[in-house]
Ligand binder design. Structure first.
Ligand code: SF4
Length: 322
């Protein structure tokens, strides 16, 4: 029999890579990044951005190279430079301060977060106390709390928090939620709220946004076929953390990674199928990077599992497109 040399691919173990869809950028993140890019075109560099425009280091570094300067507070912005507010939303005091200083500012708050802000303001006008389901310290929570007077809104993080609530007046309650929560955890908290306060006012429509719900549903759809799940996203990205939790609850070991270099190859082992998804602030280029890294160690067969097609887009602020 003639000698047949082996190709590299034949030596590598087979691996099915199942890529969740939808994944990655949502309409709000896409819009926020475009706003910074357009602001750089319109005003020239530097353009200041208050907080990470979206929770992704790769995106932030790219914008920095283009001339964006990221700061924590408005006081770090010089009077003669424009500033963009991040997609997570800001307390009312921030645009007020910008106006008082005569700063040029562009608000990149996701329209779905702004919708929650408006709901909060309306509920306060109706004389209600708001129970807000969210995660302490997240910029979106800080932004929403900053829409209403202090003491008129209470944070609820868990079902246990509902049992421990000690409110002087429970006659006029309403609840709202952060947009990037776990659909399942939130349903349990809402259930607990409705049981304890049957008259509580619910939002007219779901506050958890379409992108968060769709990405969690897509993970649920592929998880039963996966031995491991890689979730691409930042450790401070709420919706990415929730994706890893969703897989883990189904019994699939999952890891949140920022880049391909974060793959723990010992943990990954020799799986038959690896699932991949990406949080709403993680660009597709990072998904490709992870698949390419897997190809260096496995003979990869790639499949995409389409779950819910998305067509959502948001208008850009008039001042940047006019
Ligand atoms: S995750 Fe949802 S709320 Fe957040 S920016 Fe994206 S679309 Fe908007």
């Amino acid at each position: 029999m003639p000698y047949m040399p082996c190709t590299v691919d034949e030596l590598l173990p087979p691996l099915r890579v199942l890529i969740a869809a939808p994944r990655g950028f949502c309409a709000g993140v896409d819009r926020a990044i475009q706003i910074v890019e357009l602001a750089l075109e319109r005003f020239g560099a530097p353009v200041y951005v208050r907080h990470e425009i979206v929770h992704n280091r790769f995106v932030v570094e790219r914008l920095k190279k283009m001339g964006a300067v990221f700061v924590d507070e408005l006081e770090e912005v010089p009077d003669d430079r424009p500033v963009v507010f991040s997609a997570h939303g800001v307390p009312k005091s921030v645009p007020t301060e910008a106006q008082e200083r005569g700063l040029t500012y562009v608000d990149a708050t996701c329209p779905l977060v702004s919708k929650v802000h408006r709901q909060a303001q309306r509920l306060i006008e109706e004389g209600r106390h708001i129970l807000f389901i969210g995660h302490a310290g997240h910029p979106e929570v800080i932004g929403t709390f900053g829409q209403v007077p202090g003491g008129s809104i209470t944070l609820i993080e868990t079902v246990e928090d509902v049992a421990e609530l000690n409110l002087a007046d429970t006659a006029n309650l309403a609840f709202l939620t952060q947009t990037t929560l776990s659909v399942d955890d939130t349903a349990a908290i809402v259930e607990a709220l409705k049981t304890r306060f049957p008259a509580i006012r619910a939002p007219r429509s779901e506050d958890i946004c379409y992108a968060t719900s769709n990405r969690q549903a897509a993970v649920k759809a592929i998880a039963p076929e996966c031995d491991r799940m890689l979730v691409i996203g930042a450790p401070n990205s709420s919706n990415s953390l929730r994706l890893a939790e969703v897989a883990q609850r189904i019994g699939v070991p999952a890891r949140l990674i920022e880049r391909a270099k974060d793959i723990d190859w010992d943990w990954l082992g020799r799986p038959e199928t690896v699932g991949i998804t990406a949080g709403a602030s993680a660009p597709e280029v990072l998904v490709r990077e992870v698949v390419d890294a897997l190809r260096t160690r496995f003979d990869v067969t790639e499949e995409t599992a389409d779950h819910t097609p998305e067509r959502m887009t948001f208008k850009l602020p008039r001042e940047l497109v006019a």
